[in-house]
Design a protein around this ligand. Structure first.
Ligand code: TMP
Length: 235
């Protein structure tokens, strides 16, 4: 499968057409941004880590009954996926307080929530990805109610599968962000990536941060953390 015209370049990936209208190729880059691209850098080998980790996790989720856009990994930095139209929502799950929820609500980082917190953000860089609720989603025409319902159902199920998967690898899943797409027939499938860019993962014994917060907060050992997560996920 050959890359054709580039459709889109995002902060961490490029999307290319292929000779098959129903499939795209995604290229994972080493570029890293944070705080809506106010902070920019590169994380060596991030493209390889995120491509490999997403491939492993999307295959696992498919096996467990979550439909995804994933077709196959092509090489170290490329994936073949089904062509989808991305639903412009960032769907966040929080098991433990960290990041923006601490800032927004004055919470202490590391405190477990008694119930799982789920948030929607409108995926729009110009607006800084603002948090939206169900009625905003319908009023802005971002998704239909039946789509919101299935997206929520899949996201909670993904959380159950991933918490179990990571804890067996001595990693605590603090929070994560997922995105969904529509196939040409309207079916909702999981899209984008699941990687240390899009999850907070802490070592279960030491609480060491093994995710993009090392880059966001200049904690050092960024490449090592990404590699460590991939090593554990590959087991
Ligand atoms: P937050 O605490 O900054 O809102 O992030 C929640 C989760 O979402 C965290 O695992 C990181 C992930 N995330 C992204 O994948 N992309 C983003 O642009 C942001 C802000 C967060």
């Amino acid at each position: 499968m050959e890359k054709r015209e580039m459709l889109y370049e995002g902060k961490a990936k490029k999307v290319f057409k292929t000779d098959n209208a129903e499939e795209y190729i995604i290229e994972y880059k080493d570029d890293a941004t944070a705080f809506n691209a106010k902070k920019k850098g590169t994380i060596e080998h991030k493209g390889i880590v995120n491509n490999k980790m997403t491939s492993i996790i999307f295959a696992l989720l498919e096996e467990k009954g979550i439909p995804t856009h994933f077709v196959k990994m092509i090489d170290d930095t490329h994936q073949l996926v089904k062509a989808v139209e991305i639903v412009p929502l960032e769907v966040i799950i929080r098991n433990t307080a960290a990041g923006s929820v601490c800032k927004n609500f004055g919470l202490e980082e590391g405190v477990d929530f008694d119930i799982t917190v789920q948030e929607f953000c409108y995926k729009n860089d110009d607006l800084g990805d603002p948090m939206v609720n169900n009625s905003h989603i319908l009023a802005l025409g971002l998704a239909a109610q039946d789509e919101v319902d299935v997206i929520r159902e899949y996201t909670f199920k993904i959380n159950d599968i991933l918490k179990d998967f990571f804890i067996k690898r001595n990693l605590k899943l603090i929070d994560f962000k997922v995105e969904f797409g529509r196939l040409p027939d309207g079916t909702i499938v999981l899209a984008d990536e699941i990687s240390p860019d899009t999850c907070r993962l802490w070592d279960k014994d030491t609480n060491k941060k093994l995710d993009k917060d090392r880059f966001r907060r200049d904690l050092g050992e960024v490449e090592e953390a990404y590699q460590e997560v991939l090593n554990r996920v590959s087991k």
